[in-house]
Ligand binder design. Structure first.
Ligand code: NDP
Length: 450
């Protein structure tokens, strides 16, 4: 049977686009469907605009710190609308780049929602296309849990277009998005209250990291209400009222916005999966094997709509591994071990490998040696600030292998990216010790910890 395409990709986010282009490089005839802007969550309403806002939020402290170096006080104020416009213009520029990249790769783009008709047929509006292989890369969307009045809460997508600048914000959720936006909005001048249901933010990260980040955020003026259950959100004339249960019941008022960052769910509801044999779990995540293959032989899935990790580089890597295997004759699977990740909070944090708790659970406490260093980076001495950097290595004493590296502090993401190569290669603590440090830097601490 001949098909219109060798590969049809549903969803032109980071994973979908990378896969389409890689398959096209191998000579495959590729089509891709997207109902929104090209680039998906990461480019349009996630990592990219978020990171630009992280940069924007840094300036007030930089202005302050400059005085420690002899600069006169800086008089500057934020034009919120201008910042939002500039961020969105950059997103539009990137959307255009994606279009050109797909055109150059001769990938045919279909604008619209794609839906399975059967295992080899997809319809986009009135158009039907057939394909030998189909990749589902539809991404995810924020969850709105069953809390009375949750419809009054915004989601992170809204922040990139919101105007005027919020003055008092209540953020619900202590994960990546809740914590990052708490810091962005705080840095940009809002009064921020973050409500979390456990004792600390960023569950799943190393305990020392969680404590260091949370304490840093509080030091920067963010109020964190922990062990709180959100009972109800109501709209009032003066904003949004959030009713909470901690050890008592309390009400907090946000200035028109409360932001829910309570996890994400896959966009698998209306894509016609019922017309295929593709299996999903109870949350709608598509079940795939190590080759990203679903329960149907010719249908694959990658990225946030699968039961794996919700990170852009993971989606890209999964998709490319699929394209290499199926269209490039180079069979390979994505490795999920030692995936580094960063949280762009203030202080920033990044991590690779096992946490101390995970290492102890896996190897037993007798085998695990923890190296820790906490110091004030040189930059803050003249600036006169008590900002701290924390670095931590988790080592298996038996093999001397570094099992995990964790950092909170300036440039954590940039530093851990390099350390992650060593950890992924199976470097030993002796290899770290044998590496000459770059002096003076914070990063050198990773090779001098004793
Ligand atoms: P996360 O899964 O990171 O965090 C969700 C948060 O919401 C947790 O603090 C959780 O609490 C809390 N929560 C969930 N349900 C409820 C509820 N019913 N009531 C109260 N609290 C609740 O989700 P995010 O939305 O922050 O981010 C989604 C994903 O996007 C992340 O997992 C990450 O993979 C990705 N991402 C990555 C970024 C990066 O790489 N820098 C940046 C942004 C997003 P608890 O954990 O205590 O149970």
């Amino acid at each position: 049977m001949t098909y219109d395409f060798d590969l049809f990709v549903i969803g032109a986010g980071s994973g979908g686009i990378a896969t389409a282009r890689r398959a096209a490089e191998y000579g495959a005839r590729v089509g891709i469907a997207e109902f929104d802007r090209l680039g998906g969550t990461c480019v349009t309403r996630g990592c990219v605009p978020k990171k630009l806002m992280v940069y924007a939020a840094r300036f007030p402290s930089i202005f302050e710190e400059s005085q420690g170096y002899g600069w006169s006080p800086v008089q500057s104020s934020l034009n919120w609308e201008d910042m939002i416009n500039r961020v969105n213009n950059e997103v539009t520029r990137l959307n255009g780049i994606y279009q050109r990249m797909l055109d150059n790769s001769k990938v045919q783009v279909y604008q619209g929602r794609a839906k399975f008709v059967d295992n080899h047929t997809v319809e986009i509006g009135d158009t039907k296309v057939t394909a030998d292989k189909i990749l589902i890369a539809v991404g995810g969307t924020p969850i709105r849990p069953d809390i009375p009045g949750i419809e009054h809460a915004l989601i992170s997508d809204d922040l990139f277009t919101m105007s005027p600048q919020p003055q008092r914000v209540v953020l619900l959720g202590g994960g990546y998005i809740g914590s990052e936006f708490a810091c962005i909005l705080n840095g940009l001048g809002a009064e921020v209250i973050q409500v979390i249901r456990h004792d600390k933010i960023l569950r799943g990260f190393d305990e020392d990291l969680r404590t260091e980040i949370q304490e840093g955020m509080i030091r920067h003026g963010i109020k964190i209400i922990n062990n709180a259950e959100i009972l109800e959100i109501t709209k009032t004339d003066s904003g949004v009222n959030i009713k909470l249960k901690t050890d008592k019941e309390e009400n907090i008022l946000a200035d028109a916005i409360s932001l829910a960052a309570l996890g994400r769910k896959p966009n698998t509801d209306n894509i016609g999966l019922e017309n295929t044999g593709v299996k999903v779990d109870e949350t709608g995540m598509i079940l795939v094997d190590s080759y990203s293959r679903t329960a149907e032989d010719n249908i694959y899935a990658a990225g946030d709509c699968t039961n794996k990790l919700q990170l852009t580089p993971v989606a890209i890597n999964e998709g490319r591994a699929f394209a290499d295997t199926v269209f490039g004759g180079k069979s390979r699977v994505m490795s999920y071990e030692n995936i580094p990740t960063a949280v762009f909070t203030n202080p920033e944090a990044a991590t690779v490998g096992l946490t101390e708790a995970e290492a102890i659970e896996k190897y037993g406490s007798d085998r695990i040696q923890v190296y820790r260093s906490r110091f004030r980076p040189m930059y803050y001495t003249l600036a006169g600030k008590e900002e701290k950097t924390l670095m931590k290595l988790i080592v298996d004493q038996e093999s001397d292998r570094v099992l995990g590296a964790h950092m909170v502090g300036d440039y954590a993401a940039e530093i851990i990216q390099g350390v992650a190569i060593a950890v992924k290669m199976g470097a030993k603590k002796a290899d770290f010790d044998a590496t000459v440090g770059i002096h003076p830097s914070s990063a050198e601490e990773f090779v001098t910890m004793r």
